[in-house]
Design a protein around this ligand. Structure first.
Ligand code: ATP
Length: 731
């Protein structure tokens, strides 16, 4: 969300860990390269634990900015090129936009623009600043599509509805004006000239005009409501389709909540576009129409009213913007407070265990304080906002009465004309107030559209690129031969986690992936399973890149069972088949037997029809693992990738399942920490810091590791040696 208040646009953080990313986005925007908070977050790799100054420097350089980390006293900062990123209170980043005589203009991603006096600045600034200058590689980019452009795109999908609302706006002027003219005639001819015979006809006309106005209003609301649901449905469906076909990198950098909120944007965009914004067109048309009619009575009065309208519109828009900005800051604070409370409650037993409940209370209270403080600040703005429409109407009345009285005294306008103009002024106030109210929504819609646009522009996973989907392969016998060629992958740009992995797994072999925690075992497993795309290199199944396989066939052939398997609300049978009726009965029966799931089925009164709750499935960890394994095996895969999938089973059960997997003839890759599991595999590789440091027989690797742990002076294989060994093994 960006609120343009000065030289540098303010971009508010959405989560506590995003202050660095938001600051980077502000700096880039100030230098002419606007990016979204999402892009900044990806560049900074703000995945889980926020970002430090060193990562900010790397991220800024990746955009071609020359970046310097500096230690400065507050008074020296004015000499540096603005905006600067400042380290703040040791746990936050803010932007220094300007130094003025009265203090420092700070753009705080947590709460927006504010002027900080020297004393507070001295207390909060840690002395660390980052300065930025566009380097030779820096590319300025035009702003992303404007909100208006995005709105027009959306409007183009419903030209008939938009045209109809404009037409209704225009037609709506007719009864309003008829009403006005009738009242003017009533004043001049019925009251002024005592023509009582006209009274009945005029009152009838006034009633008819009022009725027509009502009918047109209802019609307009119906069209707006239809437009709203059409846009909401379109945005939501398009968003869901897109999200389901994006690469894993998209999900790695975003929390589940963030993704869900994006997908739900459809309805809020529908509300915004179909609500206040759909009224922009008819309101604008109406305001102009009224002014045009008033010009027929008195061009001078119409000009005066037009000026007052513009002043009112500008001041009400500015006020609404401030309210919207304050609201956004309050929502961030409320979100943070809710996040702290939720996380605290989830970890309540840990707080209790260590007798630190008081710490939790203090944290929640501090967050609530901040949220309340922001809420109170909005209160004053809201009160002014509530009074604004009446004030706007009053300003118009005073202007029309003052100028109109002079015109009547000069004989340039009749009394009836003045009354009619006064009524028109009253009519114009409605659309003007409505237009002013729609402006902040335009900004809000801009933020929402930008997030949707990001989703739409994020490249699809390679496997779902349109030209690949067109390729249909001839049926062939799948052997399950897996090969990785120089595969590299990192969660953050420029920070590879897995480097240059080359690996050959012949069909039917069982390979163990070993290594210390955090060495990249699960990540490698996901790459082999095609759940993550490599940054470089290829993963091949039977000599064909995973991205070139028809996805439905690949998803049957290559199965992956994660560390934490999902259980869905439904029957045991639904959970096994995932509502896929194409699975053969004999395959699922065999899968149930091979994984020992028949014990779980037999223990339940309704067997496979027993209901499970996704939230609390009433299955033990080992039973969930059996279910997940059976789910994978029921697809009769040729390759199975298991990430610690048997870790919750006892050794005998695990050994039994491994024997069954061998019998299935599939190629199996198992990530494991268990020595017993590794020893049952045919081959093993040892990962360390993202590289294969040993490969061969599991026993030999484990023995060498055990000896190396006991005596660190023993030589460990270097990577070149390991690669040579892997090459030899693959031949
Ligand atoms: N989505 C993610 N975003 C950023 N970093 C991640 C993400 N997932 C994992 N990592 C990091 O990548 C590194 C390797 O993680 P991975 O899960 O592959 O390790 P592992 O060897 O399987 O560990 P363990 O044995 O503890 O399960 C870790 O440092 C982890 O913090």
């Amino acid at each position: 969300m960006s609120i343009f208040g000065g030289g540098t646009p303010v971009i508010l953080q959405m989560e506590a860990t995003e202050c660095g990313a938001a600051c980077l986005a502000m700096v880039l925007a100030a230098h002419g390269r606007p990016i979204t908070l999402e892009e900044a977050r990806v560049a900074c790799a703000t995945a889980r634990d926020g970002v430090d100054a060193a990562r900010l420097v790397v991220a800024a350089r990746s955009f071609g900015l020359e970046t310097h980390g500096l230690r400065r006293e507050p008074e020296d900062l004015a000499l540096l090129p603005m905006p600067l990123i400042l380290h703040w209170n040791f746990d936050h980043f803010v932007i220094l936009d300007r130094v003025t005589r009265s203090g420092f203009v700070i753009l705080d991603p947590a709460c927006g623009r504010r002027l900080v006096d020297r004393a507070e600045f001295g207390r909060s600034f840690t002395g660390v600043a980052l300065s930025f200058q566009p380097g030779p590689g820096f590319e300025r980019r035009p702003p992303r599509r404007t909100t208006l452009g995005l709105l027009l795109d959306e409007a183009r999908r419903s030209p008939d509805a938009i045209a109809l609302t404009a037409l209704l706006g225009l037609v709506g002027i007719v009864p309003a004006l008829a009403l006005t003219a009738a009242i003017g005639v009533f004043a001049d001819h019925v009251v002024g000239q005592s023509r009582l015979a006209w009274a009945l006809a005029l009152l009838g006309a006034i009633l008819g005009a009022g009725l027509l106005q009502f009918v047109l209003g209802v019609l307009r609301e119906r069209i707006v409501a239809a437009l709203r649901s059409k846009i909401a449905t379109h945005v939501a469906v398009a968003g869901f389709w897109r999200a389901l076909h994006l690469p894993a990198s998209f999900f790695a950098q975003r929390s589940a909540g963030e993704i869900v909120s994006r997908l739900r944007l459809g309805s809020s965009v529908g509300e915004i576009v179909g609500g206040p914004l759909a009224r922009l067109v008819p309101d604008g048309v109406q305001a102009l129409g009224y002014l045009g009619v008033m010009a027929l009575f008195s061009p001078g009065l119409a000009a005066v009213l037009a000026v007052v309208c513009c002043v009112n519109l500008i001041s009400m828009t500015a006020l609404s913007r401030r309210v919207a900005a304050a609201n956004a800051a309050a929502q961030v604070a409320e979100g943070a407070a809710a996040g702290i409370a939720t996380a605290g409650m989830a970890a309540l037993s840990t707080y209790r265990l260590h007798g630190r409940e008081r710490l939790l209370v203090e944290r929640i209270a501090a967050a609530e304080d901040t949220a309340l403080d922001r809420e109170q600040r909005i209160g004053v703005l809201r009160a002014i906002g509530l009074a604004a429409p009446a004030a706007s109407g009053l300003a118009m009345t005073i202007a029309v009465l003052t100028v109109g009285a002079v015109l009547v005294m000069d004989g340039a306008l009749t009394l009836g004309g003045l009354i009619a103009c006064q009524m028109i002024a009253g009519l114009i106030n409605g659309p003007v107030v409505s237009l002013a109210a729609a402006m902040p929504h335009l900004q809000e819609a801009g933020g929402a559209f930008a997030r949707i646009d990001d989703l739409q522009r994020y490249p699809l996973a390679r496997a779902f690129e349109p030209d690949r989907q067109a390729q249909e392969r001839q049926p062939f016998r799948i052997t399950g031969h897996v090969r990785l060629e120089a595969v590299s992958f990192g969660f953050a740009p420029g920070q590879p986690l897995l480097r240059d992995i080359t690996l050959d797994i012949p069909p039917g072999r069982i390979l163990a992936i070993l290594g210390p925690s955090g060495s990249g075992k699960s990540t490698l497993a996901r790459l082999i399973a095609g759940m993550t795309e490599p940054d470089a290199g290829r993963v091949l199944l039977d000599g064909i890149g995973l991205e070139d396989w028809p996805q439905p066939l690949l998803r049957r052939t290559l199965q992956y069972v994660p560390q934490q398997a999902a259980v869905f609300s439904g029957s045991l049978d639904d959970n096994l088949h995932l509502w896929d009726h194409a699975i053969r009965q004999q395959d699922s029966a065999q899968a149930i037997l091979r994984t020992g799931l028949h014990g779980v089925v037999a223990a339940r009164a309704h067997g496979m029809h027993s209901l499970l709750s996704g939230h609390s499935p009433a299955l033990s960890g080992g039973e969930i693992q059996r279910l997940a394994l059976a789910r994978a095996l029921s697809r009769a895969p040729r390759v199975l990738v298991l990430d610690e999938t048997t870790s919750a089973l006892d050794f005998a059960a695990e050994a039994d399942i491994l024997d069954q997997l061998r019998l299935s003839g599939a190629t199996v890759v198992i990530v494991t920490h268990r020595t017993g599991t590794a020893l049952r595999c045919d081959d093993a590789i040892l990962l360390d810091q993202g590289a294969i440091v040993a490969c061969g027989a599991p026993g030999a690797i484990l023995l060498r590791e055990t000896m190396a742990a006991a005596d660190p002076s023993l030589p460990r294989p270097d990577r070149a040696e390991a690669r040579a060994a892997i090459g030899a093994a693959s031949r």
